[in-house]
Design a binder for this molecule. Structure first.
Ligand code: GDP
Length: 193
């Protein structure tokens, strides 16, 4: 699968009002803090530093927009589920992310990242409920597969079977690059790109 030629940072939005107007089909990436979202975005796009890896978890409450080859937008949603985040910040996340997801006409796909060592948990299930209700198509991307023990893999597989609603699942590693071609295929299919 051919790598994109260009990935350009265009905006970061801390409020729904700051979300930029962009003409391209859009793919949003969501997942709990530390799930490996920055690493996956970088691996997918073939940049080592497009998205910052290992920020302080829970700190960045911004939606970040990247335009890919002038024909596709990738959206990095802020991570959720960090235990030490105080309640008002949690509400801020919800307002920002739901506000974005609800009103984004060009949104074609949400890639929901699932840490292989945790599997699909309550927070992912709640988000899947919400996305289903909003009518947004979703694929699951299990992350850090290179790191998992057989036991973790089995647990994750079971949780995906039980709570994954039959959605497409891609098993990925940002380290080895596995799953990237498959994820690109699903993205292109949904975006007609
Ligand atoms: P984010 O908070 O979701 O953006 O997660 P990061 O991309 O910053 O990754 C969190 C941690 O997991 C970092 O220490 C990464 O190096 C590590 N990590 C991310 N993806 C992988 C992967 O595919 N394999 C392995 N072994 N480690 C990963």
């Amino acid at each position: 699968m051919k790598r994109p030629q260009e990935a350009r940072f265009v905006a970061a939005a801390a409020t729904v009002e700051q979300v930029p107007h962009l003409p391209y089909p859009e793919v949003a990436f969501a997942g709990r803090s530390n799930v490996g979202k920055s690493s996956l975005l970088n691996a997918l796009v073939g940049h080592r530093k497009l998205a910052r890896v290992s920020k302080t978890p829970g700190r960045t409450q911004q939606i970040v927009f990247f335009v890919i080859d002038q024909r596709l937008t990738f959206v990095d949603l802020p991570g959720y589920g960090y235990a030490k985040v105080p309640e008002p910040m949690r509400r801020g996340w919800q307002q920002l992310v739901e506000g974005y997801l609800q009103n984004r006409r060009q949104l074609r796909l949400v890639v929901l990242l699932v840490d292989v060592r945790r599997g699909l948990e309550e927070e992912e299930s709640a988000l899947l409920d919400w996305l289903e209700h909003a009518g947004v198509p979703v694929v699951l991307a299990v992350t850090k597969v290179d790191k998992a023990s057989q036991r973790e893999l089995a647990h994750c597989r079971r949780s995906v079977q039980e709570h994954g609603r039959g959605l497409p699942v891609v098993w990925t590693s940002a380290v080895g690059g596995s799953g990237m071609a498959e994820l690109w295929r699903l993205i292109r299919e949904r975006c007609g790109a």
